[in-house]
Design a binder for this molecule. Structure first.
Ligand code: FE2
Length: 314
């Protein structure tokens, strides 16, 4: 039987879940509770936040409960330069040196390459040749600016989350890697970029994982990518996570949810059912409804679905 939930990589039942080596978290946008709950539960060797963190306090303060449990890494997103507080709580944090942007770091046995931020056409539209970019580097932009336009002696805050050609090229010329984490999506996404694919293929990665679009996507399972593609790609939703490597026990289908529960979810939520079942929920201590049900909590998940059906907000 084909599992209902497309991303079988998502951590679920602790009854048959060995510790993941790596966990990737979609854009927190200020809410790090799902990250803390998942790390406490699954205790991965390391985690990577996929940008748009917008920590409300310095990141090391927000993540203090788990700093002894796991190794924290991240890339920044476009919203991490929305305000001085967003910027300072990340780049001013004691974890600031854990930004993977523009480099490759060995994490939990994998060589992980990072490209944070987004493409902004005022600097470089990656559909155009890189040599035709308006500015090759932050330094070039900085030199073109009037002193009053500068922010803290450098380029404007917004462009601290822009992808500049020199950083992209530096990464492109780096030694091979295993995994590429990006804020932007690869080309197969409707809002993705061929430049991400070219980077992934040049680095020879087997896996690309991105945030930004607030969707959990298994590109292969969704038919957005063929099995012959040079790398596998996953998007991770806000508040959700992806564990790597996949647990072989998941391949058995032993933790498929009870059919009547799946039927109820489809009846109540329609096409939204898979996403709802696979997204951590505060009423379930940060577990996903799928994990909670597979771990013996089917009744509670069923009652939540009934509440939604009859007008409750769950
Ligand atoms: Fe974003």
């Amino acid at each position: 039987m084909k599992p209902l939930i497309p991303s079988d990589l998502h951590a679920r039942s602790e009854h048959n879940q060995s510790k993941p080596r790596l966990m990737f978290f979609g854009d927190p946008h200020g809410d790090l509770d799902p990250v803390i709950a998942a790390v406490e539960r699954f205790q991965p060797e390391a985690i990577v936040l996929l940008g748009d963190i917008q920590a409300r306090q310095p990141l090391h303060v927000e993540l203090r409960p788990v700093l002894d449990l796991t190794e924290v890494w991240f890339i920044h997103g476009n919203h991490d330069t929305d305000s001085d507080a967003d910027y300072d709580n990340l780049w001013g944090s004691e974890l600031a040196d854990r930004n993977l942007h523009g480099r490759i770091v060995e994490i939990a046995g994998y060589k992980v390459a990072g490209l944070g931020g987004i493409f902004r056409s005022k600097i470089w539209d990656p559909r155009q040749p890189i040599k035709e970019a308006s500015f090759a580097s932050a330094d070039t932009l900085h030199r073109s600016m009037r002193p009053e336009e500068r922010w803290r002696g450098g380029v404007g805050r917004r462009h601290r989350s822009t992808i500049f050609p020199d950083v992209y090229l530096q990464l492109l010329r780096s030694p091979p890697a295993d995994i590429l984490v990006t804020h932007e999506a690869p080309a197969a996404h409707p809002h993705g970029w061929q430049a991400i694919d070219e980077l992934a293929e040049t680095l020879g990665v087997q896996l690309v994982i991105h945030g930004h679009h607030h969707q959990s996507i298994d590109y292969l399972a969704e038919g957005m990518q063929s099995a012959a593609a040079p790398f596998r790609a996953f998007g991770v939703d806000m508040g959700s996570h992806l564990a790597w490597p996949r647990n072989p026990q998941k391949e058995t289908g032993s933790e498929v949810l009870p059919q009547d529960l799946l039927d109820l979810a489809m009846q109540v939520l329609g096409a939204e059912a898979p996403a709802w079942l696979d997204k951590p929920h505060k009423l379930l201590d940060g577990q996903t409804p799928a994990a909670f049900a597979a771990g013996g909590g089917s009744e509670k998940v069923r009652s939540m679905l009934n509440a939604i059906q009859y007008g409750g907000v769950v």
